[in-house]
Ligand binder design. Structure first.
Ligand SMILES: [Zn+2]
Length: 383
């Protein structure tokens, strides 16, 4: 790869200038002549922090897809034993991952400390083993269900939040969400309280590929209405397309992202599929030209891919096992937080992935950096 540092620097200066102008544009126009330039620097990540944490907010994030968490089934693509799920959390934690919801990822509001990598845990189809009260009347949460395990893990590791996104199926031909009649509202309230996200998996779980745009709108709006009835405070902004079957027509595809039916308007900031790669940061360019040999997906928040835990296919792209190793081997592809919510810090090597308009639209400042070798005092110790 070749660079033209001077033009790049000039370019960065322009970005900073444009940002400054657009920020100034938010305020009322001053009647006085322009004040002298203030020496106050923009909120940037210090070189010390860059060296310590090597942030890369253009990197890729894993969105993991779980279904059942049951002890009496084997580990495969539809089930993870409680023991294995605990191990997954530990494997992620030990590697510096921290849980965020899908919504936080898609809207680039991931509150993880500097140097850490966000990861999104998602659950489909609201099985009982995802959230079970020991007593059918409520009370104590089963320590072996997904929510019980996440909360226990968070108590033992306070810097891991028990966050996850739950794609709900409830009634309309399906059992009540999480299968315990009469406890759905209690469970939804608890999920929201601990920072989880309640999201749409459509109302009927039919195959979108065989449905018209109008039918899809009705089905999604129906699920949003249902969730809001059970959890009035829930903001439903994420959708998992049933079976990951993307509708073929553009109109039907657009209906997955936004629409209205029967008096319910919805707008999804995140639409997820069922497979198979980590997805690049929401401030990256969207396009078919896949970076890094196609092993990560571009940052298109309307078709976010998911990785699937599957010990039988650990060596195949698409599984959690594969991508844990992939990011161990390719840490430069990982999203690493700069710890500053106002700044998007990106190493020079990943700068070409960035969509600067997205950064500006989010009101953030782009900081592209290179860690130079110190000329005299620390020659030879640079990257
Ligand atoms: Zn499903």
């Amino acid at each position: 790869m070749t660079y033209r540092p001077a033009s790049r620097l000039l370019h960065l200066a322009c970005v900073l200038a444009v940002t400054a102008v657009s920020l100034a544009g938010c305020k009322r126009e001053a009647a006085k002549p322009a004040p002298p330039p203030k020496p106050e620097p923009p909120p940037q990540v210090s070189e010390l922090d860059l060296r310590s944490y090597r942030p890369n907010e253009a990197g890729a994030v894993m969105v993991i897809m779980y279904h059942r968490i049951e002890a009496n089934r084997k580990n495969d693509d539809m089930n993870r034993t409680p023991e294995q799920f605990r191990q997954d959390l530990k494997d992620l934690y030990d590697r510096g991952y921290r849980a965020v919801t899908l919504r936080e990822f898609a809207e680039n509001r991931m509150d993880v400390p500097a140097g850490k990598t966000p990861v999104v845990i998602t659950f489909d189809d609201s099985y009982l083993s995802q959230f079970r009260y020991l007593d059918p009347a409520g009370g104590e949460i089963d320590p072996d269900c997904a929510v019980g395990i996440m909360e226990e893990f968070s108590r033992a590791h306070p810097d891991w939040k028990p966050k996850a996104t739950f794609f709900i199926l409830h009634g309309a031909g399906n059992p009540p969400a999480f299968y315990q009649e009469g406890l759905t509202e209690t469970k939804f309230a608890h999920l929201l309280e601990i920072g989880c996200e309640i999201a749409s998996h459509s109302l009927t779980h039919r195959n979108f590929r065989r449905m018209s745009a109008t039918e899809i709108e009705k089905d999604i709006a129906g699920s949003v209405r249902q969730i809001k009835e059970l959890a009035p405070n829930a903001e439903v902004t994420s959708l998992a397309i049933p079976y990951g079957n993307i509708p073929k027509s553009k109109v039907a595809l657009a209906a997955c992202a936004s629409g209205s039916a029967d008096g319910v308007d919805y707008r999804m900031t995140a639409v997820v599929l069922a497979a198979w790669r980590p997805t690049l940061s929401p401030i990256t360019k969207v396009g078919k030209k896949a970076p890094f040999a196609g092993q990560v997906a571009s940052g298109d928040m309307t078709r976010i891919e998911r990785v699937l835990p599957h010990p039988g296919k650990a060596s195949l792209a698409g599984t959690l096992e594969y991508y844990l190793k992939f990011f161990d081997d390719n840490p430069n592809m990982r999203y690493v937080s700069d710890g500053n919510p106002k700044v998007v810090a990106v190493p020079r090597g990943s700068a070409s992935l960035v969509d600067e308009e997205k950064v500006t639209a989010q009101g953030k400042l782009l900081q592209i950096y290179t860690l130079e070798t110190k000329p005299v005092s620390s020659a030879g110790t640079g990257p």
